[in-house]
Design a protein around this ligand. Sequence first.
Ligand code: GLU
Length: 433
Amino acid sequence: MIITRFAPSPTGVLHLGGARTALFNFLFARQNKGKFILRIEDTDPARSKKEYEDDITNGLKWLGLEWDEFYRQSDRKEIYKKYLKKLIEEDKAYVSKETRGQRESVIRFRNPGRKIVFEDLIRGEIEFDTAELGDFVIAKDEESPLYHLAVVVDDFEMKISHIIRGEDGISNTPRQILIQEAIKAPRPIYAHIPLILGPDRSKLSKRHGAVSVSEYRQEGYLPEAIINFIAFIGWNPGDEREILNLNELIKDFSLEKVQRAGAIFNIQRLNWMSKEYIKKKDIDELAELCEPYIKKLKTQNSKLKINDVIKLQQERINKLSEVGEGIDYFFEEPEYKKELLIWRDSTEEKIAAHLEHLSKILCDIQESDFNKEKIKEAIWKYAEEQGRGDVLWSFRVALTGLEKSPNPFIIAEILGKEETLRRLKIAKLKIQK
Ligand code: GLU
């Protein structure tokens, strides 16, 4: 059975890189009808925090990466102790008196100093001479195992078949293989995935912008978009497709296609993918997701049909937090200079007459018929006769105070008849002043 694990240390929040490691483990397990384990590696009590563990588990759940089994290394001390004792009994490890450092003694692994060769699914054959590692420390004492021992014991006990982790794990592998051999554990298959790099090709970090999953969540990226995006950092399905959801990824993911070279993080790509997912969302669902970002707006104009505003924005935004951007005119009366109402070399008199006429036409539409089709139908003929620029430009500016906006018919519909007429009147007064 294929069993994978994501084994984060809770010494920081969940980053995109960690999420990608989790995703690859998840995909590989699901694809093979195997098991995906989440293991919190909190053997370092000084640096491990519960709040980080919570951030990691919440982030994974939000992304939809549900695990089949959960372990926490601090709950498993007895197990490591048993292995430590045995290693010492067999003289494969020993208590070493220390003269330097803070401790009087530590437990060291008796390193046979062999050459280790292992096959990595992504990197190919990797060779290490372990002699230079010396007798490395595997525990402070029997109660306090260190990282390498705990990892190896757990991977063995949990029957991990594939270790998929970041490339920075490569240098740990030889030590871990030595410990595996000492406890007679079979060697799992390794796949070290490339690091995520910033646009300047250095390791992705805070310097390059947001790196934690929760920051992206707060900014209003959809989890589907994050999943799609991180899947494509250093991997692609080998064809034209770029939008793949979790189920499609489970079907098409392959470790063999993961590239070796570092993979560049490209925020424009995330924005593009995110936009695609937002466009596809059902409007009611989207409205619910936008809730935290429009609370303030809602109270400013309680009559406004907020779902219509969201629908209008749905085509244009990259992330949910942008839902209220560029549409202040829905919530407050637009401010603009009267010159803005005048299209090219038209005149104040002409524009005033158009605004007057538009008011009349729109006034004749019944309240219940006041929708974009009817509004357009009513205005269109007049606009064609009088010059579309003249009429539609001033209509737009009267409603929004802007030179650019979505089409004014839909804006009028959303504003409603009363407010539309009111704004036309204000515009006319402005120009006649
Ligand atoms: N706990 C280690 C870390 O967070 C990873 C262990 C592993 O994947 O083998 O860096």
